[in-house]
Structures are given as C-alpha cells and as structure tokens.
Write a protein of this length. Structure first.
Length: 250
C-alpha cells in the first residue's frame, strides 16, 4: 500500500478499474484511509454502469464507516447484481448500530432480494439487533414479520429469551410469529423451554408423569418445525403454570 500514499483521491479511483486485483484492493483501502474526504467521490461510484465499481464502492464506504453512508448503502441492497447487494450488506454490517433502523425499514421492501440482504446484515450484528427486530413481529405486514423473525432466528441464542416472552403476547400474529421463530431455532430454543418449564427430557415417561412433565427431545426435533410449534402451543394450553413462568422471566 505504501506506493499508493502519494496518490490523490482521483488517481486512486482510476486504479479501481485496474486489471490487477491487488492493485484494485490497495487502491480501495487507501481510499478508505482518506475517510470522509473520499466518501463523496466514492459514493458516486454506486451509480457506475460497471457493477465491479459499485461493489468496491460499497466496500470502501463500509470501511470508512460514516453513518451518513447508510442511506445510499441501503439503496444499494436493491442493486441488480448480487455481488453489489452482498457488498452493501457487509458494509452496513460493518457500520453497525447506525444501520439498524434503515435495515429494519428495508425488511418491508417489495423486493425479496432487498429483504434477504437486509436480513443477512442484521443477522450479523449480534445482540444489539434483537430488540429492534422484536418490534417487527407486531407489524401488520406479513413480509415484515417474516423477515424480522428470519433475522432473529439467524441471530440464534440471543433471540431465544426475547422470543419466548412474546409467545404469550396479546396479539395473535406476534404470538404465532414468535412461536414459529423458536421452532426455526430448534434444539437450543426447545431446551430453553424445557428448562424454564421444568420439563424432563427423556425417551420414556416415568410413572405418574403427565404429557406436560416430560418430552422425548430427539423425537420432537426429528418432527421438524411443525412438531415443535405444536409442542409449544400444547404446553401453553395444558401446563397450568406455563404462562405464569414466562410472565415472570427477567
């Protein structure tokens, strides 16, 4: 990268079209090192007719990390080229928390590609994305609920406790979506529920146990999402203290 330090921003941008991959990458990293001075010229490349410029522009903006780039990067999630969409999603993930609000909004986009890219980016952000995503489960728009729970399930374990609290929500869509999310997470979510509900995991019932006292976890997991959704609903309807336990979770 040292040979590039004397080059100005305009010259570095020209090198983004070089045939040599290393030259392009070094030029991109040097542009990122210029910070906000390079942000404007690089942003214009998101409109370039050659997708390789659009892809590398998103990469550079992510490395610069200015929250003011979030809006144009979210727009780039709708690019015709999947590599550009992926690069924009990675850039938004790198910028982090300032990206969350607009990524959440993108979950309602008419384009499946935009929704998928937004889900990917949110799913890489860890616990800080959980609470904003939980709000999507109360949306009246099915695609937003589905995309929100999709991102939560990709986050995995950090989502389990918050999703469990929503399976007794007053609003039916929220309850159903949360139960679906837990079933998609699978084994860790079911194990969490067996623990808080004091359900024994075992292949054979012990004398005197009821159907809410024990569960064959292997059989339940093998049954897939529908079996797990059914079990959660069964427990809520038939285990007297199931809802009270959830209400008192911290």
């Amino acid at each position: 990268m040292g040979n590039f330090l004397s080059l100005n921003i305009e010259d570095l941008i020209k090198l983004l079209g070089d045939q040599n991959t290393k030259v392009r990458l070094d030029a991109a990293n040097n542009l990122a090192a210029n910070g906000d001075a390079a942000r404007g010229p690089v942003t214009t490349l998101l409109e370039h007719e050659d997708y390789t410029y659009r892809r590398i522009a998103a990469y550079i903006l992510g490395k610069i990390g200015n929250p003011d780039s979030v809006e144009v990067l979210v727009e780039a999630l709708g690019d015709d080229n999947p590599d550009v969409r992926k690069s924009a999603a990675q850039a938004l993930n790198r910028i982090g928390e300032p990206s969350i609000a607009l990524l959440i909004r993108a979950l309602g986009n008419i384009s499946k590609d935009v929704r998928a890219s937004a889900v990917w980016s949110l799913s890489k952000m860890g616990a800080m994305a959980v609470e904003p995503l939980l709000e999507t489960l109360s949306s009246e728009v099915k695609d937003i609920r589905a995309s929100g729970v999709w991102a939560l399930t990709k986050l995995g374990r950090p989502s389990i406790g918050p999703l469990v609290k929503l399976i007794i929500h007053d609003e039916k869509n929220t309850r159903e979506t949360a139960i679906w999310g837990l079933s998609k997470i699978g084994t860790p979510a079911i194990e969490y529920l067996t623990k808080i509900w004091n359900v024994r995991i075992g292949k054979e019932a012990i004398e005197g146990e009821t159907e809410t006292d024990s569960v064959d976890l292997d059989d339940l997991i093998a049954g897939g999402e529908n079996a797990q959704k059914g079990w959660i609903k069964f427990m809520l309807e038939n285990k007297a203290e199931a809802k009270d336990i959830i209400e008192n979770l911290e």
